[in-house]
Design a protein around this ligand. Structure first.
Ligand code: SAH
Ligand code: SF4
Ligand code: F3S
Length: 523
């Protein structure tokens, strides 16, 4: 980056709170994307976001900013305009979408689900597996005719894919009609970025490989009024060898306990009934804070808040400590469901995956949890076909699934992610073999799920009623404390409350029943 460009970057970012430690080299604003100048710039000087740099981060202090505001000249910019955000990926991304929606709405935009009506369309992307990325590139292709019809339409790509250099380069080369690319650390800059894209008529790229700060008071337009998400930390430092998340989401940064507690209190006051605390590695919460305060301590404080249900996702077995188990076992608004991704049942594969626990250690943790919380449902994530996974190693996964008795599992075929250590491993297992293993695993999980459901027939369960069932508006739907979906008949007035439902039929993934009585919401 030459002096002129360096100056330009710092000018663009002036006055925004999280700039202080951002990565100078990776802020690029490119003028006139189709010109020869641009192509020359792109080939000689342009620096894409760097996965390698993202990995070489150091433990720097995290600054917390409480001074987010939408600049006065931008808070009206959306009057009479509509935004649309398509979200791919995990709950973290869904929640980022709620933040971006909040920012848009403070700028005067209205939301729409119709691409034809939208003045700005953002794709909030996921990089976790190749098929996730393919979906987004497919969608970018579909949006092109809209842009040709309406040149004023702004199309932006954000989220985890934007943090990958290969993706940014591919968009630059093959989809130059995209107006805006920004990364996961730049959401708070949305107002400025939209303005640049709108008035500058130039491609705006704002992706930082390094991150560092936490922006506290961002607006949020939440999707529901019953269940709410609360970020408690950002990033992941685990670097499992197959996973792209530590590169796209940056290092672990925990929010301060008081900020989280205040947000949960606020949601309780607004009538929310269930809170999910979010983090990629959520039980590493607090490790970076130097307060000797972890997820168990936080949950213990949240227990006292008048909110009927509190859960968290996703926890890593390595960081699941005794204090957390002790607090969860107290019951009340702590739920009887733990999602505990195991990935593989074979210790050698776990070692190469960099998971930092063995099969035996995982099973020991499960025993501890079961002892303290005999009613808890356990669910998991599993990858099949990790490079060179043998038939015997896969059988270890099957036997572990049986031994633990998981009642649900998200199962995936391993997908090589550029820039991760596992992507450099040679693999000699055929895709057919991998598909076969996935099918067998899914059958086992389904059988276990169906078996676990049977015990509910004739029982009465407590259901947090979320709304009408997707398939039939006469039927209401919600979840039990153990995360079982229940479809039942009952009055619409029960939506948003916790009611008792008698189960008359168990299916593999849901229960059917009839409401028997409204329950008083006790914690
Ligand atoms: N932070 C969470 C979840 C991360 S992504 C955790 O550590 O559990 C959700 C799931 O996607 C992972 O648990 C893993 O099972 C799967 N996954 C991640 N990277 C993958 C890859 N390269 N190929 C296939 N599945 C992957
Ligand atoms: Fe990825 Fe592992 Fe971090 Fe989960 S813990 S986000 S699988 S690196
Ligand atoms: Fe996907 Fe990023 Fe989440 S890669 S799974 S959207 S953290």
């Amino acid at each position: 980056m030459n002096e002129q460009q360096r100056k330009e970057s710092s000018q663009i970012r002036q006055g925004t709170p999280a700039d202080v430690k951002s990565d100078q080299d990776n802020l690029n604003r490119i003028k006139d994307k189709t010109s020869e100048d641009f192509m020359k710039y792109f080939e000689t000087t342009y620096q894409p976001p760097s996965l390698r740099k993202a990995q070489r981060r150091r433990k720097e202090d995290v600054k917390v900013h409480y001074d987010f505001t939408i600049p006065e000249d931008l808070d009206n910019i959306g009057q009479g305009r509509k935004y649309m955000i398509r979200t791919y990926g995990c709950q973290m991304n869904e929640h980022d979408t709620e933040v971006m929606a909040g920012i848009f709405e403070e700028m005067g935009y209205e939301s729409t689900n119709d691409t034809k009506e939208a003045d700005i369309i953002l794709l909030n992307t996921c990089a976790i597996r190749e098929n996730a990325e393919n979906k987004v590139f497919g969608e970018i292709g579909h949006l092109k005719p809209l842009k040709l019809e309406n040149p004023n339409l702004i199309i932006g790509v954000c989220g985890c894919m934007s943090q990958e250099e290969s993706v940014v380069n591919r968009i630059l080369k093959k989809h130059p009609f995209i107006d805006l690319i920004f990364g996961t650390h730049n959401i708070h800059r949305l107002p400025q970025l939209v303005k640049e894209a709108m008035f500058g008529k130039e491609m705006v790229i704002d992706v930082w490989s390094k991150e560092g700060d936490i922006i506290e008071n961002l607006p949020r337009s939440r999707k529901g009024k019953i269940k709410g998400w609360v970020n408690i930390m950002y990033g992941c430092d685990k670097f499992c060898t197959y996973c792209i998340v530590p590169y796209t989401r940056g290092k672990e940064r925990s929010r301060l306990p008081e900020d989280i507690i205040q947000e949960v209190r606020h949601l309780a006051a607004q009538g929310y009934k269930e809170i999910t605390l979010l983090g990629q590695n959520v039980n590493a919460y607090g490790k970076d804070l130097d307060l000797n305060y972890g997820l168990g301590d936080l949950m213990d404080e949240l227990r006292d808040i008048d909110i009927p249900r509190i859960r968290f996702t996703t926890s890593h077995p390595r960081d699941f400590d005794d204090r957390l188990i002790e607090v969860l076992a107290k019951g009340g608004n702590m739920l009887d469901h733990i999602h505990l991704p195991v990935q593989s049942g074979n210790s050698d594969i776990l070692k190469i995956m960099g998971r930092k626990y063995s099969r035996e250690e995982y099973l020991e943790l499960v025993r501890k949890i079961r002892k303290a919380m005999p009613d808890a449902t356990l669910t998991t994530d599993i990858i099949v076909g990790f490079p060179n996974e043998t038939a015997e190693q896969f059988e270890d996964t099957m036997s572990l699934v049986e031994e633990v008795g998981f009642e649900a599992a998200y199962t995936f075929i391993y997908s090589a992610r550029d820039g991760t250590p596992a992507a450099r491993m040679k693999d000699n297992i055929s895709m057919d073999e991998k598909k076969d293993r996935l099918q067998r695993l899914n059958k086992l999980v389904n059988d276990q799920a169906a078996e676990a459901m049977k015990q509910y027939e004739g029982e009465v369960v407590e259901v947090l009623v979320e709304g009408e069932s997707k398939k039939n508006s006469e039927v209401l739907a919600g979840y039990t404390k153990r995360n079982k979906m229940v479809n039942f008949t009952g009055p619409r007035s029960s939506i948003g409350t916790i009611v008792k439902v008698k189960i008359n039929k168990a299916k593999t993934w849901s229960l059917d029943g009839v409401m028997v009585e409204e329950t008083i919401e006790v914690k």
